[in-house]
Write a protein that binds this ligand. Structure first.
Ligand SMILES: [Zn+2]
Length: 217
């Protein structure tokens, strides 16, 4: 029995493998003699943020193996671990929730465990707590008037200390639906500083209220 409590069967024929070199080689072969990959179907979806005229897909770079370290890999120098509680919107015994310090374009909350761990390092209990807190974050953001939907993102390619984002989409901005909301976040200008501060106060109060008597801290 593994630490997660899940048995992983060992299939006949060996363990499956995702081979970056093979994926890259197949993509290059599919691109044709000019090496230019065609625009994907998503480029023609209504939510695609860019005009397609003149748009080209970048050529695939060679895989980098081993991958370079991410930001904050070293626990002794981790900038998230070192942040004092008063820079967070909400802090408990095992988890903390932040907002970007400088105004962003859309209301955003970020969940961090106090422990210097990544997603797959979480115990079953910590995984359950994370679920409870992500629901609270969605509810807090949804309580802002004019929020149409809240997205939850876990990428982890940039920073090693686990962080899960919850981002609010403005009601009625149908172009911002789906996967490109995170791109639009960088296209739209920052909210005015006073609006950002008011959002922070609102979200802090909402998270501080929390569900009465719940055990997640
Ligand atoms: Zn850390």
């Amino acid at each position: 029995m593994s630490g997660s409590g899940l048995e992983v069967p060992d299939p006949a024929g060996g363990a499956p493998r995702l081979d970056a070199h093979a994926v890259t080689a197949r993509a290059r072969a599919a691109a044709g003699p000019d090496g230019q990959p065609a625009l994907p179907r998503v480029a023609h979806w209504p939510i695609f943020p860019f005009a397609t005229e003149g748009l080209r897909v970048k050529a695939l770079e060679d895989p980098v193996l081993p991958e370079p370290p991410r930001r904050d890999e070293d626990v002794s120098a981790c900038t998230v671990c070192a942040r004092p509680d008063d820079t967070f919107v909400w802090s408990g015994e095992r988890w903390r929730i932040s907002m970007p310090p400088l105004p962003g374009s859309l209301p955003t909350l970020v969940l961090h465990p106090r422990d210097h761990v990544d997603f797959a390092d979480l115990t079953e209990e910590q995984g359950g707590e994370m679920g409870v807190l992500l629901v609270r974050m969605e509810r807090a953001l949804s309580s802002i008037e004019g929020v149409g939907r809240v997205h939850v993102y876990k990428w982890g390619d940039g920073g090693a200390h686990l962080h899960v984002l919850a981002v609010a989409r403005p009601l009625g901005m149908m172009q911002l639906r789906g996967m490109f909301l995170s791109t639009w976040m960088d296209v739209l200008p920052p909210l005015p500083a006073e609006e950002w501060a008011a959002l922070r106060s609102h979200l802090a109060a909402h998270l501080a209220a929390g569900p009465a008597g719940h055990g997640v801290r």
